[in-house]
Design a binder for this molecule. Sequence first.
Ligand code: PMP
Length: 411
Amino acid sequence: MIDGKTIRQDFPILDQIVNDEPLVYLDNAATTQKPQAVLTALNDYYHHDNANVHRGVHTLAERATAAYEAAREKVRNFVNAKETAEILFTRGTTTSLNWVAQSFGEAFIEAGDEIVISYMEHHANIIPWQQLAQRKNAKLVYLDITPEGHLDMNDAKAKIGAKTKIVSIAQVSNVLGGVNPIAELTALAHAANAVMVVDGAQAVPHMPVDVQALDCDFYAFSGHKMCGPTGIGVLYGKRQWLEQMEPVEFGGEMIDFVNLYDSTWKELPWKFEAGTPNIAGAIGLGAAIDYLSALGMDNIHQYEQDLVNYVLPKLTAIEGLTVYGPQNPAEHTGVVAFNLDGIHPHDVATALDMEGVAVRAGHHCAQPLLQHLQVPATARASFYFYNTKEDADRLVAAILATKEFFQHGTI
Ligand code: PMP
């Protein structure tokens, strides 16, 4: 069982006053806060072990290498990949998806092939595929969204077919908050001899993820959205594909032998990791995984679900407030995008900030989705396991005060 109030004590940043109010941090879909354990791991690394990895024979270099590779094993175990060779460290989800589009795309996509994504994708899961489609004269195909805010699986069945080479879908939308049936999509992709790529940026931090159970070919996520540092992320890829793919970047660290006019690469996973990697970032991510694992991903998921069950009905009950995505709390994760009639979401976010409540406003890097929903922008509150029902109450109270202020000019 998770007790959000106790857990908050692990996150020093949460204990502060913003605009004369205790901070309520509800921008976790953008980035999460870091527990003391992660801050300590980063500090310890730089205080005691800092050295470059894989090259040195001295003790610090060996310690840094051991810690870096231990972090890779923690990631492997966390998402249940078969082997660490399938875990590549990247800068984040964006880099991970770009690597697949560039490297897998270069090797396997030809003119006329189809790449299937959906209207609910983040720009990180759209633009790399647009670029690939333009480069290869391939076709980008969008899956529809049902009026209830789910991925339209009938459309998926109709559109994933003989020409499909890649299906790339978010497990959890960063705007609509629903969970997409990845295993089912993978089965559709594989039946069409296509690969399944998953944008797991909003899933891995919040629920147990097992890449072997999903059977996806690639899975991308970011450390900073799961209590880890910025600048570190992961690309999981099945060995059978990674073996056949060329590195995206070239230089030190990733080579086996360099001749004057050609070179050979190290084995997996190192052939993809050119240059000095984000060693501290990986170690910090490893510490975040230890922290999350000690809480238990099932417990985290359940706790957040209880919060959603609590807050979503309170939000949908507010007159003039529209929540996007599934309206049923059981089908909604802790990402809640909303608008208040007649008030621009930036004004809503600014007014909430005055109450100490941090939410995001804008297009959330999902412009095609907002065009699809026919709204220019939304506000978005996104919860994590250190948020509490009191935070939810503060959000609701601040929204009501904002409404009152814009209607009657008093707060
Ligand atoms: N996909 C989704 C669904 C996201 O929410 C985000 C982050 N907002 C990304 C991709 C990109 O992640 P990053 O900026 O860490 O690369």
